[in-house]
Write a protein that binds this ligand. Structure first.
Ligand SMILES: *Cc1c(COP(=O)(O)O)cnc(C)c1O
Length: 226
């Protein structure tokens, strides 16, 4: 079997094992194959075994790949969302993971309406407070969530975060547990269902699953090193 397919199967069973260990069902966790920088042929191999959800972090690359690959692929945009790229993101992606400002929320909702697409989006939160990280600071999250919940066309569906690279387990617990708490708080205060918690990458998905992740974004462990 193609090694990318083998890797996907292995990671899938690791995610399922992490779910079982946390008393969860692996079927509630989407394994998002982060295909950025890797060729369309790798995506086709996974597509051939039934994988449909792929993540890209650059609009140009997403545009090129989506044009040459099957139309029923569900694209997730996980990169930083510049305002002049929002229209393309709305047209090409089903889920946008990386919305982190009120202006982006408002623009996204207006463009979603113009394009007639009920695109789902997540708010990216900088839970760790690392200066280098994108995402809304925790202190500003509720105000942003309020703006997101007011959208009429784009669908506020959950939260996303990234933990610092090689973080110790205590920090992973704080970041992933912290994101889950923010989600619970927003659901309660804003009365919106927020089923999607996008957290966990190749090095930390087991911990993220233990804190309730519903989408793990895995690149390296499936496709190899970039
Ligand atoms: C690249 C990327 C990933 C995948 O990271 P790996 O460590 O390669 O699994 C996940 N999330 C985002 C936002 C990324 O940019």
């Amino acid at each position: 079997m193609n090694s990318v397919c083998e890797n996907f199967r292995r990671v899938r069973s690791e995610v399922d094992a992490a779910a079982a260990a946390a008393g969860r069902n692996g079927r509630d966790i989407l394994l998002l194959a982060v295909s950025k920088t890797f060729p369309a042929s790798d995506i086709r191999a996974l597509y051939g075994m039934g994988v449909r959800d792929f993540g890209e972090n650059r609009i140009q690359e997403l545009e090129t790949k989506s044009a040459e690959l099957p139309q029923d692929i569900v694209w997730h945009f996980i990169g930083s969302l510049q305002s002049n790229k929002i229209r393309k993101a709305v047209k090409l992606a089903s889920v946008i993971h990386s919305v982190d400002s009120v202006s982006a929320v408002e623009r996204l909702d207006r463009i979603a309406e113009e394009e007639g697409r009920h695109v789902k989006f997540l708010l990216e939160v900088n839970v760790s407070g690392e200066a280098s990280k994108s995402g809304v600071p925790k202190a500003d999250f509720m105000a942003l969530a309020r703006a997101a919940a007011a959208c009429r066309y784009a669908v506020f569906s959950g939260l996303m975060t990234m933990a610092p690279l090689d973080a110790p387990v205590e920090m992973l617990d704080a970041v992933f547990g912290g994101l889950a708490e923010l989600r619970d708080r927003a659901e309660k205060e804003l009365h919106v269902p927020l089923p999607l918690l996008s957290m966990g990458m190749s090095g930390d998905f087991v911990n993220a699953v233990s804190h309730g992740s519903t989408i793990v974004r895995i690149g390296t462990a499936i496709f190899g090193r970039r």
